[in-house]
Design a protein around this ligand. Structure first.
Ligand code: G3D
Ligand code: MG
Length: 183
């Protein structure tokens, strides 16, 4: 039996970009979020396999309050990976990427595997405000993975790849834990 790893992924990005929707779509088949009122976060736990390794993934999501002030350090504490979300139809959410990324590095203490997600691509033809190349080049410049996605229309399998990519990178870099960060 292989050892089971724990990986904590935190969702970052402006309110309304689709963080909660992405996590729900990813965890559709297992969805059972636990709300921890003391932290002001939703935690979704899923057991997945990454390249034959068993991984317990804990997805931390802000419970509607992106600016959670004094709770912030606990949200970031022990994070092993990030999904950093902007909305391709709302340019300011793209312009916020740097602020979220810097805050993450400050709180976690080092860069950790990060996937930048340009969400709501189903609305691209009518409402796009950020070109795919802009997202891609921001991600590349900051050492992050990049994808565009639609939490609304993409399959659960496709959204799952976002989380698996981050988890795989964390495993490859030895950034994981064997004990739950949730007490
Ligand atoms: P957040 O958790 O980042 O704040 P949410 O974002 O997941 O709550 O999503 C904010 C709104 O955007 C929701 O609409 C949600 O349904 C919508 N949304 C999320 N992802 C997508 C997407 O890929 N495409 C489209 N078209 N909409 C999306 P409401 O109206 O419920 O506020
Ligand atoms: Mg939310």
């Amino acid at each position: 039996m292989s050892e089971s790893f724990l990986i904590k992924i935190i969702a970052l990005g402006d309110a309304g970009t689709g963080k909660t929707s992405l996590i729900r779509k990813f965890a559709e088949e297992y969805f059972s979020p636990k709300y921890l009122p003391t932290l002001g976060v939703d935690i979704t736990t899923t057991d997945i396999e990454v390249d034959g390794q068993k991984v317990k993934l804990l997805c931390f999501d802000t419970a509607g309050q992106e600016h959670y002030g004094r709770l912030r350090p606990q949200y970031y504490k022990g994070a092993n990976g990030v999904i950093l979300v902007y909305d391709i139809t709302t340019r300011p959410s793209y312009e916020s990427l740097g602020r979220w990324f810097q805050e993450m590095i400050r709180e976690v203490g080092r860069p950790i595997p990060t996937m930048v997600v340009g969400n709501k691509v189903d609305l691209a033809s009518e409402m796009r405000q950020v070109a795919p190349d802009e997202g891609r080049s921001w991600a590349k410049g900051n050492g992050c993975f990049f994808t565009e996605a639609s939490a609304k229309e993409d399959s659960s399998e496709k959204i799952k790849e976002i989380f698996i990519t981050v988890a795989r990178e964390a495993l490859n870099r030895g950034i994981h834990r064997t004990e739950s960060p949730v007490h």
